[in-house]
Ligand binder design. Structure first.
Ligand code: SF4
Length: 444
């Protein structure tokens, strides 16, 4: 939790000696709170006050990096309980379990399925992030072989899950350059697995059965030199797990309780795909830094990736597309011209329906500051004047041989004024995007 200027002032010597370049200790404290000056500028600060201030300057939830290069995952470093307070910063990583007890062919199939879990939605690519290899065979050689196979087949991040320290040490060494997440099997073995993580410069997930145990273990592994820790709360009931995640987040953010200030990891438990999806989405909503699933059917993974994308969207900044002309299909000078707003979901919904109509169409996105049609109209960001100005500046007049423009049915009220200010004939389109294909097929 960031300290206020007054909180900082209480820790300063309060002598107003001016050695820091500020007239008073209070002025220095205010500048420090705004990060305009460094603590070093005060030569008189006590060791205790320095420690307290440096500790308060740390993020309340540690940033943990798994993997390297363009596929690396960063989790943690969150600052709020609720996304509307500001935003959530580091999207949960979504991983899939591959067991070394699978046959070679099944491991290959699993990797291939996971690699295909990549989709485009509202102009952004959403995909799986991680493969967790579990040593369920309890056989060291099988584990190493599965880990090597995964590492050789994909650039996705890797998590290693084995209760055998010797198998873990060898597997971690085999993929050292990939910065895998080492998952310790229980609290008792955390120090031993911390050693392996340290030797391989890897983050460590500490598996514990209660938050009390977590607090002890994160402290212990920190003393062993591991800074990047993930909490794996080994709680069977999803609701109790979510309770634990919420408590940990609250303790870290509101009480500055460092021992719980780490991102959390959740393995799904449900066998039924629909229930597993519901469980995984619940974990994403309630603070999981990583969710690891068994099911990898794309019909269930896609909604999960969409949920993550939405939760980690900045609520104060609507997703926008560039305001410009979009050509959908092989347009000609006789193609219809439709206008809509530049709210990304509006544009992609309209574009999808235009595509399915098979009628090549010019879609012009008017700059509505990312608002949807009715919201933009109500906020006067999608007015007759704005649409007329967009038509004029877009250059559409040079692309088509007609002057007919389709507007969304919800803003039919703009028709008269738009005709007057633009000189274009206005056709009122359907209210719902689902009516677009039929409308375009009959458009003249
Ligand atoms: Fe206060 Fe330290 Fe600045 Fe002196 S140097 S005025 S003690 S903050």
């Amino acid at each position: 939790m960031a300290l206020s200027g007054l909180d900082i002032y209480k820790l300063l010597p309060k002598t107003n000696c001016k050695d820091c370049g500020f007239a008073t200790c209070l002025a220095f404290a205010m500048a420090l709170a705004q990060k305009k000056v460094s603590l070093d500028k005060c030569p008189h600060i006590t060791a205790n006050a320095r420690e307290a201030l440096e500790s308060a300057a740390q993020p309340p939830i540690k940033l943990v990096t798994i993997g390297t290069g363009s596929h690396k995952i960063e989790i943690g470093n969150e600052t709020v309980m609720y996304r509307h307070e500001q935003k959530f910063y580091h999207p949960s990583a979504i991983g899939f379990l591959v067991e070394d007890a699978f046959s070679d062919a099944d491991i290959g199939k699993a990797i291939s399925d996971i690699k295909k879990l990549e989709f485009e939605r509202v102009g952004q690519v959403i995909s799986a992030n991680l493969i967790c290899i579990r040593n369920s065979s309890k056989n060291k050689e099988k584990f190493i072989s599965a880990v090597k196979k995964v590492a050789a087949s994909t650039d996705l991040c890797i998590a290693l899950d084995s209760s055998d320290p010797a198998a873990m040490a060898e597997a971690a060494k085999a993929v050292k350059g990939r910065r895998p997440l080492i998952i310790s099997p229980d609290a008792k073995s955390a120090p031993e697995f911390a050693k392996i993580a340290k030797e391989n410069n890897a983050p460590l997930a500490v598996t514990c059965t209660s938050l009390d145990e977590v607090a002890q273990m994160t402290d212990a592994v920190k003393k062993a030199g591991i800074e990047e820790v993930v909490i794996n709360l080994n709680e069977k009931s999803p609701s109790r797990k979510i309770q634990g995640f919420t408590y940990a987040r609250r303790a870290a953010l509101k009480k500055n309780f460092r021992a719980l200030g780490y991102p959390v990891l959740a393995f799904t438990q449900q066998a039924d795909p629909s229930l597993e999806l519901a469980e995984a989405i619940s974990y994403i909503l309630k603070y999981a830094g990583i969710v690891i699933m068994k099911g990898r059917d794309k019909d269930f993974v896609f909604p999960l990736l969409v949920a993550r994308q939405d939760v980690y969207q900045d609520p104060q900044k609507p997703v926008q597309v560039e305001p410009k002309i979009y050509e959908i299909g092989k347009v000609t000078k006789d193609s219809p011209v439709a206008v809509t707003t530049n709210f990304s979901i509006t544009y992609f919904t309209v574009a999808g329906e235009v595509e399915s109509s098979k009628v090549p169409t010019y879609v012009i996105c008017c700059d509505s500051e990312g608002m949807s049609v009715l919201t933009a109209w109500a906020a006067e960001k999608f007015t007759a004047e704005r649409i007329a100005d967009t038509l004029k500046k877009s250059g559409i007049e040079g692309l088509v041989s007609h002057k007919k423009v389709i507007i969304p049915g919800y803003v039919s009220v703009l028709s008269g004024k738009l005709e007057e200010v633009s000189g274009w004939k206005v056709n009122v389109g359907p209210r719902e995007a689902s009516g677009i294909p039929n409308y375009l097929r009959n458009w003249k």
